[in-house]
Design a protein around this ligand. Sequence first.
Ligand SMILES: [Zn+2]
Length: 229
Amino acid sequence: MTGSHPALTAHFPRWTVKGTAHHRTTCACCGHENLEHTVALAPLDLLGDASGPAVHFGPRCAAAVLHRPVAAVALAACHADMRAERKDAWARKIISLYGPMEFGTDQEMEAAWNRSGNASSSSWQAREFVTKFLADARAQLTDTTLRPTRPHSITDFQPFLVVLDTSNLRHHWCGVVPRENTEGFHTSARRDWTGMVSVTVAALDETSAVHVAFGRRGIAQYNAERGWF
Ligand SMILES: [Zn+2]
């Protein structure tokens, strides 16, 4: 099964399993086509760090190169998939929270950063952190090792209604605002959630929308405390 792919030569004797790729169905090792999925492997350097782009091998070739049973590689890939999904979720949250702030003033940046669960930072630090986090988040969602590019820009945002507890600690409900009969949706939500605070926000997913809703309330409070507009 081990072919003559250059990645199999002695330069990178160790590999790490990056996950399962359903969009890559040809084994880069033996050339086998129309596989159900491939396993993405990244070469490790001598210090054990992933270095260089991943290669996509069929499950049997991946097992052969790792000297492990096919089932053990599948399990490692499954765990790596879950880690990748958590990174995607983090990236969606970062872009939802800070994407709209990217071209904001230093004050807006500071308020957004300090009221989104981060350690307190000055304006210039906040801009630096936001810029770096946004770059990391976009790199994560445009990494096509395991899946095609995922939605990652503010033009991909959807509208959500978030119903918050007045204690500002938890939310009761979050859902997509329909594009049809939007007013009817809000009227019925007001009826269902009498006495609650509801806020309409835009975000990449539901979980991020809740963070944005709390962030927005926190920002208003932060600005009020400092006498900013
Ligand atoms: Zn193969």
